[in-house]
Design a protein around this ligand. Structure first.
Ligand SMILES: Cc1cc2nc3c(=O)[nH]c(=O)nc-3n(C[C@H](O)[C@H](O)[C@H](O)COP(=O)(O)O)c2cc1C
Length: 300
């Protein structure tokens, strides 16, 4: 049974990718994810200088998923070279996630990521809880176009753009394609909140966080479906992938691969192996020999 897939020339042994922000802060944890079966790993989003992030609590569990407001805490690009070098020992593609507050920062950090050896860049323009760095940038399609175009001019590795649904996704996706990005990653977490009934205040110190996990899967699948129906560049699905059937669903909606974040929290670091086994089982039952045969079958 063939699980291998390809995204704009980037070859993956299977379609499961570690999503940004989960276990991605050190090279050691990225290596461990690779050993546990991932087809590729994405780093934590890295910016131009070290960033502390928000005060605790930053992650909490709700009925159907997690809400986090980590706040893009990261060591800064100049302190991240060794982590990339370690992660590259895995021999699977390493995707460097980059954030910034303007075009100059995105371009600079992307170039450094490429110099450190990453196999692709993911531009995070969709963080729902880091003021000045996230959704505010990603919702302006002109700014997005400008950043993508300039990063593309600067690096040779494939460039993916991770988007939020808090925007007009179709015109944004078209602009991203027009700027010559190599793939779109959909979706980042959704803006969410939880109130403490006794204290009568939001639980997160940041008040608002990003909602992820099982509850957001239908939104992710719909977004991938709509994007894949309207642009030609590959789409990587993300949001609530917990098991093999979730991965198959995203791929039927048009995703060439899926990213897994909260699934690591719910099922452990070997979630990648587990999901690959579940995909194989589904393929066997349904008479498929190659996973890429199901990409976009629901797009009729
Ligand atoms: C604790 C946590 C931290 C995250 N940090 C980042 C990040 O640094 N950059 C990013 O692009 N997405 C980040 N995300 C969003 C995930 O990559 C993913 O888009 C989202 O959680 C939806 O996928 P999931 O339902 O599989 O978790 C984070 C998510 C969580 C739960």
């Amino acid at each position: 049974m063939k699980l291998s897939t390809e995204i704009s020339g980037l070859k993956l042994r299977n379609p499961t990718i570690l999503a940004s922000g989960i276990l991605g802060e050190t090279g050691g944890t990225l290596l461990n994810v690779a050993r546990n079966g991932a087809g590729a790993v994405t780093t934590k989003s890295i910016g131009i200088k070290p960033k502390k992030g928000n005060k605790n609590p930053t992650v909490l569990e709700t009925e159907y998923g997690l809400i986090n407001a980590v706040g893009l805490a990261n060591p800064g690009i100049d302190n991240y070279e060794n982590e990339i070098k370690t992660a590259l020992k895995s021999k699977i593609p390493v995707i460097g996630s980059v954030f910034g507050k303007n075009k100059k920062e995105f371009v600079l950090v992307s170039k450094k990521m490429e110099n450190f050896g990453v196999n692709a860049i993911e531009l995070n323009m969709s963080c729902p809880h880091a003021r000045g760095y996230g959704v505010e940038i990603g919702e302006d399609k002109k700014i997005v176009y400008d950043i993508v175009k300039n990063v593309k001019k600067t690096v040779d590795v494939p460039v993916f753009v991770k988007i939020s649904v808090h925007t007009n996704i179709l015109s944004l996706a078209k602009n991203i394609e027009f700027a010559k990005a190599d793939a779109i990653v959909a979706i980042n977490s959704l803006r969410g909140m939880k109130i403490d009934l006794d204290l009568k205040i939001p639980v997160l110190s940041n008040k608002i966080g990003g909602y992820s996990g099982p509850g957001i899967k239908p939104v992710g699948v719909r977004t991938v479906y709509e994007i894949a129906s309207n642009v030609k560049i590959p789409v990587i699905g993300c949001g609530g992938v917990m098991n093999g059937k979730d991965a198959v669903e995203y791929m039927m909606a048009g995703a060439s691969a899926v990213q897994i974040g909260s699934g690591v929290y719910y099922r452990g670091v070997d979630v990648f192996k587990k999901i690959c086994d579940e995909i194989k089982l589904w393929m066997k039952k349904n008479g498929y020999k190659r996973i890429d045969e199901i990409i976009g079958v629901a797009l009729k």
